[in-house]
Write a protein that binds this ligand. Sequence first.
Ligand SMILES: [Zn+2]
Length: 242
Amino acid sequence: MNQQVDLLAIAAHRDDVELTCGGTIVKAVKAGHRVGILDLTQGESGTRGDAATRAAEAERAAKVLGVELRLNAGLPDAHLQNDEPSRVRVVELIRATRPRVVILPFPIGRHPDHRVASELGRDACYLAGLAKYGSPAGGKPHRPFKVLYSLAYREDPVKPSFVVDISSVFETKMAAIRCYASQFDGAKAAGEIHPTGQDLYELIRVQSAHYGSLIRSAHGEPFFCYETLEVQDVLQLGVQSL
Ligand SMILES: [Zn+2]
Protein backbone atom coordinates (compact mmCIF):
# COMPACT_ATOMS: atom_id res chain seq x y z
CA MET A 1 0.00 0.00 0.00
CA ASN A 2 1.32 3.45 -0.97
CA GLN A 3 1.47 5.44 2.26
CA GLN A 4 2.94 8.58 0.69
CA VAL A 5 1.05 11.81 1.42
CA ASP A 6 1.44 15.54 0.66
CA LEU A 7 0.18 16.72 4.04
CA LEU A 8 0.47 14.90 7.38
CA ALA A 9 -1.28 16.11 10.54
CA ILE A 10 0.34 14.76 13.71
CA ALA A 11 -1.35 15.03 17.11
CA ALA A 12 -1.40 13.34 20.50
CA HIS A 13 -5.01 12.12 20.68
CA ARG A 14 -7.49 10.75 18.20
CA ASP A 15 -9.78 13.80 18.16
CA ASP A 16 -7.12 16.54 18.29
CA VAL A 17 -6.68 16.87 14.55
CA GLU A 18 -10.41 17.19 13.85
CA LEU A 19 -10.75 19.93 16.48
CA THR A 20 -7.72 21.99 15.50
CA CYS A 21 -7.30 21.57 11.74
CA GLY A 22 -10.13 19.35 10.45
CA GLY A 23 -11.33 22.04 8.04
CA THR A 24 -7.85 22.60 6.62
CA ILE A 25 -7.55 18.85 6.04
CA VAL A 26 -10.89 18.66 4.20
CA LYS A 27 -9.88 21.65 2.06
CA ALA A 28 -6.54 20.03 1.17
CA VAL A 29 -8.32 16.78 0.23
CA LYS A 30 -10.78 18.69 -1.96
CA ALA A 31 -7.85 20.47 -3.64
CA GLY A 32 -6.59 17.03 -4.73
CA HIS A 33 -3.79 16.55 -2.22
CA ARG A 34 -3.09 13.27 -0.47
CA VAL A 35 -3.58 13.81 3.25
CA GLY A 36 -2.75 11.58 6.23
CA ILE A 37 -3.27 11.72 9.98
CA LEU A 38 -0.84 10.34 12.54
CA ASP A 39 -2.35 9.95 16.01
CA LEU A 40 0.46 9.36 18.49
CA THR A 41 -1.59 7.56 21.18
CA GLN A 42 -4.65 5.30 21.34
CA GLY A 43 -6.53 7.25 24.00
CA GLU A 44 -6.39 4.48 26.62
CA SER A 45 -6.08 7.02 29.47
CA GLY A 46 -8.96 9.26 28.39
CA THR A 47 -11.66 10.08 30.95
CA ARG A 48 -14.42 9.29 28.47
CA GLY A 49 -14.63 6.23 26.18
CA ASP A 50 -12.08 3.42 25.82
CA ALA A 51 -9.37 2.85 23.21
CA ALA A 52 -11.51 0.48 21.10
CA THR A 53 -14.46 2.92 20.97
CA ARG A 54 -12.13 5.76 20.07
CA ALA A 55 -10.49 3.66 17.33
CA ALA A 56 -13.87 3.07 15.67
CA GLU A 57 -14.79 6.76 16.04
CA ALA A 58 -11.44 7.84 14.55
CA GLU A 59 -11.98 5.52 11.58
CA ARG A 60 -15.42 7.04 10.89
CA ALA A 61 -14.05 10.58 11.26
CA ALA A 62 -11.22 9.80 8.81
CA LYS A 63 -13.83 8.74 6.22
CA VAL A 64 -15.74 12.00 6.74
CA LEU A 65 -12.54 14.05 6.33
CA GLY A 66 -11.62 12.02 3.23
CA VAL A 67 -8.00 11.32 4.22
CA GLU A 68 -5.95 8.62 2.49
CA LEU A 69 -4.68 7.08 5.69
CA ARG A 70 -4.84 7.34 9.45
CA LEU A 71 -1.95 5.84 11.37
CA ASN A 72 -1.44 5.31 15.08
CA ALA A 73 2.02 5.33 16.66
CA GLY A 74 0.77 3.42 19.75
CA LEU A 75 2.71 5.63 22.18
CA PRO A 76 1.48 5.83 25.81
CA ASP A 77 -1.51 8.17 26.30
CA ALA A 78 -1.02 10.73 29.11
CA HIS A 79 2.61 9.55 29.35
CA LEU A 80 3.87 10.80 25.99
CA GLN A 81 7.64 11.38 26.07
CA ASN A 82 10.04 12.96 23.61
CA ASP A 83 12.52 10.12 24.20
CA GLU A 84 14.66 8.04 21.86
CA PRO A 85 12.22 5.10 21.31
CA SER A 86 9.36 7.54 20.61
CA ARG A 87 11.47 9.56 18.15
CA VAL A 88 12.54 6.37 16.34
CA ARG A 89 8.86 5.35 16.00
CA VAL A 90 7.73 8.74 14.66
CA VAL A 91 10.74 9.01 12.32
CA GLU A 92 9.76 5.63 10.79
CA LEU A 93 6.21 6.87 10.17
CA ILE A 94 7.41 10.17 8.66
CA ARG A 95 9.75 8.26 6.36
CA ALA A 96 6.90 5.91 5.39
CA THR A 97 4.51 8.79 4.58
CA ARG A 98 7.06 11.34 3.22
CA PRO A 99 4.90 14.47 3.63
CA ARG A 100 5.90 17.87 2.20
CA VAL A 101 3.92 19.71 4.92
CA VAL A 102 3.38 18.61 8.52
CA ILE A 103 0.85 20.14 10.94
CA LEU A 104 1.75 19.86 14.64
CA PRO A 105 0.07 20.99 17.88
CA PHE A 106 1.14 24.37 19.23
CA PRO A 107 4.31 24.07 21.42
CA ILE A 108 2.41 25.26 24.53
CA GLY A 109 -0.64 23.37 25.76
CA ARG A 110 -2.84 22.54 28.76
CA HIS A 111 -2.48 18.78 28.25
CA PRO A 112 1.17 17.69 28.69
CA ASP A 113 0.74 15.29 25.73
CA HIS A 114 -0.01 18.25 23.44
CA ARG A 115 3.22 20.01 24.40
CA VAL A 116 5.26 16.82 24.06
CA ALA A 117 3.59 15.91 20.74
CA SER A 118 4.65 19.28 19.35
CA GLU A 119 8.30 18.88 20.35
CA LEU A 120 8.44 15.17 19.49
CA GLY A 121 6.88 15.86 16.08
CA ARG A 122 9.30 18.67 15.25
CA ASP A 123 12.37 16.69 16.36
CA ALA A 124 11.21 13.63 14.41
CA CYS A 125 10.70 15.77 11.26
CA TYR A 126 14.33 16.89 11.52
CA LEU A 127 15.81 13.50 12.45
CA ALA A 128 13.88 11.76 9.64
CA GLY A 129 16.11 13.65 7.21
CA LEU A 130 19.39 12.43 8.71
CA ALA A 131 20.81 9.71 6.46
CA LYS A 132 22.48 7.79 9.29
CA TYR A 133 19.65 8.05 11.86
CA GLY A 134 17.82 4.80 12.64
CA SER A 135 18.15 1.36 11.08
CA PRO A 136 18.10 0.94 7.27
CA ALA A 137 14.86 -1.05 7.73
CA GLY A 138 13.24 2.12 9.10
CA GLY A 139 12.89 3.69 5.63
CA LYS A 140 14.77 6.12 3.38
CA PRO A 141 15.61 9.57 4.85
CA HIS A 142 13.00 12.29 4.32
CA ARG A 143 12.66 15.74 5.86
CA PRO A 144 9.32 17.56 5.50
CA PHE A 145 9.68 20.96 3.80
CA LYS A 146 7.28 22.88 6.04
CA VAL A 147 6.17 22.55 9.65
CA LEU A 148 3.01 24.38 10.74
CA TYR A 149 1.48 24.63 14.20
CA SER A 150 -2.27 24.60 14.74
CA LEU A 151 -3.11 27.51 17.02
CA ALA A 152 -6.83 26.92 17.60
CA TYR A 153 -8.24 27.48 21.13
CA ARG A 154 -4.91 28.83 22.45
CA GLU A 155 -5.01 31.75 24.86
CA ASP A 156 -1.33 32.66 24.60
CA PRO A 157 -0.63 36.10 23.15
CA VAL A 158 0.44 34.68 19.80
CA LYS A 159 -0.95 36.18 16.61
CA PRO A 160 -1.70 33.56 13.96
CA SER A 161 0.82 33.63 11.11
CA PHE A 162 -2.17 32.94 8.85
CA VAL A 163 -5.76 31.69 8.97
CA VAL A 164 -7.20 29.13 6.54
CA ASP A 165 -10.71 29.99 5.34
CA ILE A 166 -12.75 26.87 6.13
CA SER A 167 -16.21 28.40 5.50
CA SER A 168 -16.97 26.06 2.58
CA VAL A 169 -16.07 22.91 4.55
CA PHE A 170 -17.09 23.90 8.08
CA GLU A 171 -20.07 21.52 8.25
CA THR A 172 -17.85 18.62 7.13
CA LYS A 173 -15.43 19.47 9.94
CA MET A 174 -18.34 19.45 12.42
CA ALA A 175 -19.57 16.10 11.03
CA ALA A 176 -16.10 14.63 11.63
CA ILE A 177 -16.05 15.98 15.20
CA ARG A 178 -19.52 14.53 15.84
CA CYS A 179 -18.09 11.05 15.07
CA TYR A 180 -16.51 11.26 18.55
CA ALA A 181 -19.78 10.91 20.43
CA SER A 182 -18.01 9.13 23.34
CA GLN A 183 -15.86 12.22 23.84
CA PHE A 184 -18.08 15.16 23.05
CA ASP A 185 -21.81 14.48 23.35
CA GLY A 186 -22.97 16.63 26.26
CA ALA A 187 -19.40 17.82 26.91
CA LYS A 188 -18.57 21.39 27.94
CA ALA A 189 -14.79 21.24 27.45
CA ALA A 190 -12.18 19.24 25.52
CA GLY A 191 -8.40 19.28 25.32
CA GLU A 192 -7.40 22.91 24.88
CA ILE A 193 -11.03 24.12 24.88
CA HIS A 194 -11.82 25.58 28.27
CA PRO A 195 -15.29 25.05 29.79
CA THR A 196 -17.64 28.01 29.47
CA GLY A 197 -20.96 26.31 30.26
CA GLN A 198 -21.77 26.25 26.54
CA ASP A 199 -22.31 23.04 24.62
CA LEU A 200 -18.97 21.96 23.11
CA TYR A 201 -20.21 21.92 19.51
CA GLU A 202 -21.50 25.48 19.94
CA LEU A 203 -18.17 26.50 21.45
CA ILE A 204 -16.28 25.13 18.45
CA ARG A 205 -18.63 27.05 16.14
CA VAL A 206 -18.05 30.31 18.06
CA GLN A 207 -14.27 29.90 18.13
CA SER A 208 -14.18 29.05 14.44
CA ALA A 209 -16.28 32.14 13.63
CA HIS A 210 -13.81 34.27 15.61
CA TYR A 211 -10.80 32.99 13.65
CA GLY A 212 -12.83 33.47 10.46
CA SER A 213 -13.49 37.10 11.39
CA LEU A 214 -9.73 37.73 11.43
CA ILE A 215 -9.73 37.14 7.65
CA ARG A 216 -13.23 38.65 7.08
CA SER A 217 -14.77 35.25 6.51
CA ALA A 218 -17.38 33.05 8.21
CA HIS A 219 -15.10 30.31 9.61
CA GLY A 220 -11.35 29.88 9.90
CA GLU A 221 -8.55 27.81 11.43
CA PRO A 222 -5.45 29.65 12.74
CA PHE A 223 -1.85 28.51 12.28
CA PHE A 224 1.56 29.62 13.46
CA CYS A 225 4.91 29.08 11.77
CA TYR A 226 8.35 30.25 12.85
CA GLU A 227 9.51 31.19 9.35
CA THR A 228 8.47 34.44 7.66
CA LEU A 229 5.90 33.90 4.94
CA GLU A 230 6.90 34.93 1.43
CA VAL A 231 4.73 37.17 -0.80
CA GLN A 232 5.38 37.44 -4.56
CA ASP A 233 2.84 40.15 -5.41
CA VAL A 234 1.52 42.56 -2.77
CA LEU A 235 -1.51 43.28 -4.99
CA GLN A 236 -2.74 39.72 -4.41
CA LEU A 237 -2.88 40.13 -0.62
CA GLY A 238 -6.30 39.46 0.92
CA VAL A 239 -7.99 40.75 4.12
CA GLN A 240 -9.10 44.37 4.03
CA SER A 241 -7.16 46.71 6.36
CA LEU A 242 -9.59 49.59 6.97
ZN1 LIG B 1 -5.68 16.01 22.88
